[in-house]
Design a protein around this ligand. Structure first.
Ligand SMILES: C[S@@+](CC[C@H](N)C(=O)[O-])C[C@H]1O[C@@H](n2cnc3c(N)ncnc32)[C@H](O)[C@@H]1O
Length: 320
């Protein structure tokens, strides 16, 4: 069966027996959340900042979008002090079934809350929002169709006007054979998060590329059992593509964001005190086990801010 990449990915990941309805993400790839609880500590710091900005309201939302196994909200709840924890309304949004063992306080939902007063965070969610792939031909950009069983591709008809407009603004194709991934539905997904913020912040963290440096042939990739595999949309693997976070930022502005910061994870985490600095050697003498713990934490911090790895991810933070 031949489908557009967007329809094929939707079916492969979220359709009946789709990859994310069957599988648990941590079995297939590593994210900042699964890499280290240091990431949850940093999110807790952002949440505490938002709490202060909002004047410590009686109810403060923490919404994790694309929550996977619910690890991030569980860790943030465990690390929050009682003064904050007791006021938190925690929602984990995911299409997959509620994982066993999640704290009762966590509301598990397939859809976003209607209103969010607090912090919405989406770590590696947008890269899993399905998109269409297009290729430049001598006759202009054309949709790429894919055979859902084999992953074989063929070039098809012209684009819808809205996709063409997105392409011209956000991913101009420089030559015949060049490819783009149309992020319009990701922009809309992100805008719907920002639109639900009554007050607070929305933070998206993902593999990203800027408009002046898009990859010539796109980034569509498959993951299975921790390895990169061809992106065949048959439900056997994760299918992901890097995110045009700058386009999402613009959509968030249109949805009402009053301030926008687009940086790397390295910059964002360093500003939150995650430096990867090793503990002083002196500690090894006075408190050997404390030294070993601090050393382990420093190496986890270093992984999260490594510019060649997770530190190179984009952080989009928008405020209302
Ligand atoms: C790559 S995993 C990230 C999991 C987790 N945030 C982490 O960082 O480890 C992406 C998650 O987003 C979920 N997801 C994708 N699209 C979604 C949607 N439209 N609504 C709810 N969840 C979605 C998937 O089911 C999957 O669990």
């Amino acid at each position: 069966m031949w489908l557009t990449w967007r329809a094929a990915t939707e079916r492969a990941l979220y359709g009946e027996k789709g990859f994310y309805l069957r599988e648990r993400p941590s079995g297939h790839f590593r994210t900042s959340v699964s890499a280290s609880a240091v990431f949850a500590d940093a999110v807790l710091r952002v949440l505490s900042e938002v709490d202060a900005e909002l004047g410590h309201p009686a109810g403060l939302d923490l919404v994790d979008i694309g929550a996977g196994e619910g690890v991030l909200v569980t860790q943030v709840l465990a690390a929050a002090g009682p003064g904050l924890r007791d006021r938190l309304r925690v929602t984990a949004v995911d299409v997959s079934p509620r994982p066993p063992g999640l704290p009762e306080r966590v509301r598990w939902s397939r859809s976003l809350p209607a209103q969010i007063t607090g912090l919405a965070v989406a770590n590696e969610w947008l890269d899993n929002v399905p998109l269409d792939v297009v290729e430049q031909t001598p006759d202009g950009p054309r949709l790429v169709m894919v055979d859902v069983r084999t992953g074989e591709e063929r070039v098809d008809g012209p684009l819808r006007r809205a996709d063409l407009a997105w392409l011209e603004r956000w991913w101009p194709l420089p030559c015949v054979g060049a490819r783009a991934e149309i992020g319009r539905h990701r922009d809309e997904a992100w805008a719907s998060v920002v639109a639900r913020l009554t007050r607070g912040r929305a933070v998206a963290v993902d593999y990203a590329h800027p408009v002046d440096n898009r990859p010539l042939h796109g980034t569509l990739t498959g993951y299975r059992d921790g390895a990169v595999v061809p992106p065949v949309p048959d439900g056997s693997c994760d299918i992901t593509a890097h995110v045009a976070l700058d386009a999402c930022a613009e959509a968030g502005r249109r949805a009402g964001a009053i301030s926008t910061t687009l940086s790397t994870q390295r910059e964002a985490l360093r500003a939150l005190g995650v430096t990867g600095a090793r503990p002083p050697l002196e500690l090894a003498r006075t408190d050997p086990s404390g030294y070993l713990r601090a050393l382990a934490r420093a190496s986890e911090e270093a992984e999260l801010i490594d510019p060649a790895g997770l530190g190179g991810f984009g952080w989009l933070s928008q405020r209302r």
